[in-house]
Write a protein that binds this ligand. Structure first.
Ligand code: FAD
Length: 400
């Protein structure tokens, strides 16, 4: 009897690997240390390249009603609107020329329902992968179920989709190269409707003292809330009641008003730019945040993780069904690590630098560049092809 593929982590990436493998008739056992369906204010922006993939998997129709469709993205310098881009410009390259603002827990919940209904996929919750080992014939993991017992499971391959602090990456002895920013990023969701002040549903706002990203999400359903993302510097509180007061101050700094902002969502995060030295050690493969981390400015972490998920699942299917030898897995690594380093890291680091730029000459260049891009349909299209990650998928497909 063929051995299953083991997956550590039931975030969006692990779940999509499980769904694609399961549908191809491959046995899968997925382990998550939590309950999979918990909500946490993290990813919300799903780009066109990913929407096409989710559509192919039958997921898009289920998440569209849970999200907000956003064709427009605006770029500001302080209060000054520099550029407005309409994704209609890339309608020849995608079936979804818009961004869907849909929180990642809604996506995970949807994919979890689809995945666990497959007869050949077993999803274990409250099951933490604490160790793994491999031999020529397969992998073995040790799972802590929190009741004082440890279980062992054997499989053909192990996918480490266990997020930023990946146990699988650590045990497989794969270095995680890069750096961590000194400041945290804060998310504050407010019921105040910034659309009445002229903001689009997605806005990037450069500011030399405190940059902002402002997005609409559907949250608990219409009318939704606006989420402000902004830095929390090392001297500022990031948790407890003081952090909520600080979030109020930051919202007031962004858009002063007499009334207090009603804050319904708050969290803060450590932010890193890191890429694993390799995404493969024998029968152990990494995907998503366990393989690469980046700042959320540009919304590329979950999106590129989902692209990893389908690419890895496809390579595994080809290997496990004998269509190709396991060189298919090395191709996965070449393609997706290239995207992580040359597209996602480059873009997200540059996005943050542009948002927080203090040098007046560099700020002026940014203003000129953005206006120039937005004023020329060809340049605007090229810009959206990159930000929507379509270009990254095309680039990866060229790598043999
Ligand atoms: C503030 C913020 C905003 C963001 N916005 C966006 C955005 O708009 N668009 C975007 O594309 N990305 C965004 N991201 C990034 C996005 O959240 C991540 O890239 C995405 O969650 C990665 O998915 P994943 O499945 O790889 O990892 P995770 O979502 O972290 O899932 C990992 C899973 O593994 C489980 N796990 C961990 N350790 C173990 C273990 N040892 N054993 C078993 N299970 C384990 C966890 O319980 C978890 O369920 C944002 C991130 C932040 C912090």
């Amino acid at each position: 009897m063929p051995q299953p593929v083991l997956i550590a982590g039931g975030g969006p990436v692990g779940l999509i690997v499980a769904l694609v493998l399961g549908r191809a008739g491959i046995d899968v056992e997925l382990f998550d240390k939590g309950d999979i369906v918990h909500s946490q204010p993290r990813a919300a922006t799903i780009h066109p390249a990913t929407l096409d993939i989710l559509d192919d998997l039958g997921i898009y129709a289920l998440i569209e009603p849970q999200g907000v469709i956003c064709p427009i993205v605006n770029y500001y310098d302080g209060k000054l609107l520099l550029a407005s881009f309409d994704h209609a410009l890339i309608k020849d390259a995608t079936r979804h020329p818009w961004v869907l603002q849909c929180e990642q827990d809604k996506l995970s919940r949807t994919v979890f329902q689809m995945t666990k209904s497959l007869p050949n996929v077993v999803c274990h919750t409250a099951s933490k992968v604490v160790d793994c080992a491999q031999s020529a014939g397969g992998v073995e993991i040790t799972v802590d179920t929190g009741d004082g017992r440890q279980q062992r499971h054997r499989g053909a391959y192990l996918v480490g989709a266990d997020g930023a602090g990946s146990t699988v990456r650590r045990v497989a002895d794969i270095a995680f190269e890069g750096f961590t920013y000194p400041e945290r990023f804060m998310i504050a969701g407010t019921t105040y409707d910034f659309a009445q002040d002229g903001y689009a549903y997605r806005n990037y706002i450069a500011d030399p003292d405190e940059w902002y990203n402002l997005f609409k999400i559907s949250w608990n359903g219409p009318p939704g809330v606006f989420r402000l993302v902004t830095p929390v510097f090392p001297h500022e509180p990031y948790e407890g009641p003081e952090a909520l007061e600080m979030a109020q101050r930051k919202l007031q700094r962004f858009a002063p008003r007499r009334e207090t902002y009603e804050i319904v969502v708050y969290d803060s995060y450590v932010v890193s730019q890191r890429v694993a030295a390799t995404f493969r050690n024998g029968r152990i493969l990494l995907a998503g945040d366990s393989a690469h981390l980046n700042s959320p400015i540009g919304a590329m972490g979950m999106n590129s993780g989902i692209h990893d998920a389908v690419s890895l699942a496809d390579s595994m299917i080809r290997t496990l069904t004998g269509q190709e030898d396991d060189g298919a897995l090395d191709r996965y690594v070449r393609q997706r690590r290239h995207v992580a380093t040359h597209h996602v890291q480059t873009a997200t680091i540059a996005n943050k630098q542009a948002m927080e730029q203090k040098d007046p000459a560099a700020r002026q260049r940014y203003r000129n560049d953005m206006r120039h891009r937005a004023g020329d349909n060809n340049l605007a299209r090229q810009f959206l092809m990159r930000t929507s990650l379509i270009e990254s998928l095309r680039d990866a497909a060229r790598i043999a």
